[in-house]
Design a protein around this ligand. Structure first.
Ligand SMILES: [Zn+2]
Length: 329
């Protein structure tokens, strides 16, 4: 027993310490076994041994915890020193990097549409109810308005839940034809593997006089865009519902991880949803006072595209500002 206490005292690191703890107090440890011998004893003998064993156990645990906390402090110090980044050091090795995957993906999307003469528009992050909801045909009872999803301020001001209000603001101040995209941060009350309270979207809007802006134009543009982002993938349009477009569609690409054969990431369907789109609803044009026009709109999550093109599976790692994550790109 004394040798064991001595061994514990001389342990050089947490692995050794843990091994000696198991030797003493593990399921088959020396002290544990001695305790089980108590069952076969009686009276004074039992009492004396129990007292002795409890004292040993206390001593053993006191040494164990003192050593353990000492090792933990030392290990933390070593880790901090090893991982410390000295920003004053001259960097002689140059790393080629794409930068942050979100900025990289956003820039690629903007590049594509700028080449097609789309105008780059921005709008406020704090929006009013009209621009974020009402003008987009999101009536009072729509679930997206739920307190669960939206961050509200006083006087029905809110953090925009999508970049669509920028489309409304652009239509209010310009006359057709319009070709615009609006990239930017958006906010919803959500946090798990695939949701963060702040995320980024890019939305696009095309409005033209008469019936010039058709679903066929939209389909051609998005197919070409998705080939530009993902290379040679299959693309399909699935009919869907959005309050601000009619007809509406969700667009899938063949899974980039299994080439459409089915895997865990595509839930064994072979397809990945990448964006939503549709022909702008008449109600939206009415809200901004447009007449005799046609238009289409599309929207996508930048994080989603970045995850698929850069092979990142936890959305949260984009926001942890850990250099080790960024260094991988
Ligand atoms: Zn797959």
């Amino acid at each position: 027993m004394n040798t064991l206490l001595q061994k514990l005292q001389d342990a050089q690191n947490s692995q050794e310490l843990e091994a000696f703890r198991i030797e003493g107090l593990g399921k088959k440890g020396i002290i544990t076994q001695k305790f089980s011998e108590l069952k076969s004893l009686e009276g004074e003998e039992k009492k004396n041994l129990a007292k002795e064993l409890n004292e040993i156990k206390q001593k053993f645990e006191a040494i164990y915890w003192a050593k353990k906390s000492q090792f933990q402090i030392n290990e933390l110090k070593t880790a901090l020193l090893e991982e410390k980044i000295d920003v004053s050091l001259f960097q002689s090795i140059s790393h080629r990097s794409i930068g942050h995957p979100i900025s990289y993906t956003k820039d690629r999307i903007i590049d594509y549409f700028m080449h097609l003469d789309y105008e780059l528009c921005v709008g406020p992050l704090v929006e009013d109810d009209f621009h974020n909801f009402s003008a987009l045909n999101l009536p009072d009872f729509h679930p997206a308005r739920d307190m669960q999803d939206t961050f509200y301020f006083k006087d029905s001001m809110l953090l925009r839940t999508h970049t669509s209000p920028v489309q409304i603001r652009t239509m209010e101040t310009q006359t057709p034809p319009i070709k615009m995209i609006c990239p930017g941060a958006t906010f919803r009350r959500d946090y798990d593997l695939t949701h963060t309270p702040m995320f980024h979207q890019v939305e696009g809007l095309v409005v033209d006089k008469g019936d010039k802006a058709s679903f066929a134009n939209l389909k051609y543009t998005l197919e070409d865009f998705l080939k530009y982002i993902f290379g040679n993938v299959k693309i399909r349009f699935r009919s869907s519902f959005f309050p601000f477009t009619e007809p509406s569609a969700e667009v899938d690409i063949s899974c980039v991880f299994c080439q459409g054969n089915g895997c865990r990431i595509c839930s064994h369907t072979g397809w990945l949803e990448v964006l939503g789109c549709g022909v702008v609803d008449e109600y939206v044009f009415e809200a901004v006072g447009y007449k005799n026009v046609s238009g289409y709109a599309f929207g996508m999550g930048i994080e989603r595209l970045a995850m698929l093109t850069c092979g990142v599976n936890d959305l949260r790692s984009f926001f942890e500002t850990d250099l080790r994550v960024l260094e991988q790109f």
